[in-house]
Design a protein around this ligand. Structure first.
Ligand code: GDP
Ligand code: ZN
Length: 361
């Protein structure tokens, strides 16, 4: 089976990055799924199962240096075996990362090279402007363009009013009200999945992401899911691609990593979403104003005057608290790593001394 790299999202930027690998006789491919240490990779010749070269694994400073779904890689392909070896990951256009569950806060790439993110919210009781703000922050921070999808329009009495509320917090972001169940508005949304572009869905559990993907893909989805792929040993397994190729030439990423995505962001992203709050806060008398009871607080004045919604300030402060928490966890992790390093050095030094002493006898 032949594949057009352009349909997979290949462009001039990736091509330029790839040049030196081309000279080494490697082929470009895009990660479609990940299974333990094996990757399903789309390339010109269809799909191969590939592993990371020993050197690349050894040189990787952290997990984010290894391939993730959506990544473009340079690989050596053995077409006869349906196998390949990955030697490098091309620089990412955008990347979505999450902190690992539990105590670690090591960055882990959930998906890479996404152009458009459909931010899905339900127009039922789930509707929450603050949450939309937080997701917007995340998308901007990751280098992708957001499209806000207000799903379950069939359950909402006044869709226009909701759209207006969202417009007020999402300056210039496209907004689509749809119903994944009745299909209303889905066609217009489908037009945003364009050739050579990669989209992904982001939103809380239960907002209708799966239903929407099915509505967007129609019967395709099932067909995609049921494709049987052969692995190198000739065994046949039913596989589920996390990078789904669309009939029109675009791609959609739907994987557990994106579904579990948690806040992994920084101050830049925060400023993007709360530009209005920050602009007002710049006029507070004290630079470190917490906007609580400080004198000369421009933010509280703006709220009292009705120029700023109190909910915006709460959303801003909540996000700041979460960022502080994440920061503390990260510095705690760095402190422990430093401690472990010195412990090792001290042990090494003791060992050397001992041998040194023994050698003299
Ligand atoms: P996910 O967790 O985001 O993937 O959400 P699901 O796609 O599993 O949907 C959660 C529930 O919402 C299911 O019971 C769906 O049938 C329902 N649902 C999804 N989209 C719509 C919609 O547009 N209208 C209504 N009324 N229900 C929907
Ligand atoms: Zn203030």
């Amino acid at each position: 089976m032949n594949m057009k790299l352009e349909d997979l999202g290949w462009d001039g930027v990736f091509m330029a990055h790839f040049e030196r690998f081309h000279e080494e006789g490697l082929a470009p491919g895009r990660i479609a799924r990940e299974e333990r240490d094996l990757y399903g990779v789309y390339w010109q010749g269809g799909e191969v199962m590939a592993e990371v070269s020993g050197k690349m694994r050894h040189d990787a400073g952290s997990r984010s240096d290894l391939p993730a779904v959506g990544d473009w890689v340079a690989m050596h392909v053995r077409p006869g075996e349906g196998r390949g070896t990955i030697h490098a990951v091309l620089p990412r256009k955008s990347s979505f990362s999450r902190k690992e569950a539990g105590v670690h806060t090591e960055e882990q790439i959930a998906a890479a090279n996404i152009d458009t993110v459909f931010l899905v919210t339900g127009l039922d009781r789930d509707f929450n402007l603050r949450r939309i703000e937080r997701y917007l922050t995340l998308v901007w921070d990751c280098g992708a363009s957001p499209v806000i999808v207000l799903n379950k329009a069939d359950l909402c009495a006044d869709v226009a009013a909701r759209v207006e509320q969202v417009e007020a917090i999402a300056f210039g972001v496209p907004i689509h009200a749809v119903s994944a169940v009745t299909g209303g508005g889905v066609e217009a949304l489908r037009l945003r999945l364009s050739r050579g572009k990669t989209a992904a869905l982001l939103g809380s559990s239960g907002v209708g992401k799966s239903t929407l993907i099915n509505a967007l893909l129609g019967a395709e989805r099932q067909a995609v899911r049921d494709v049987r792929a052969s692995d190198g040993r000739g065994r046949h397994t039913t596989t589920r691609r996390e990078l789904i190729l669309l009939p029109g030439g675009g791609a959609l990423i739907d994987n557990p990593g994106m579904r579990e995505l948690q806040m992994w962001t920084d101050e830049d992203g925060l400023s993007g979403t709360f530009a209005d709050v920050e602009e007002i806060a710049a006029q507070c008398r004290f630079r470190n104003c917490k906007h609580q009871s400080e004198p000369g607080c421009a933010v509280r004045q703006a709220i009292a005057a009705g120029a700023l919604d109190a909910g915006r300030l709460r959303g801003y402060q909540k996000l700041q608290r979460e960022l502080r928490h994440l920061e503390r966890k990260q510095s705690e992790k760095a402190r422990l790593a430093e401690k472990a390093k010195w412990k090792k050095i001290a042990q090494q030094a003791r060992k050397t001394n001992k041998y040194g002493t023994e050698a003299r006898y």
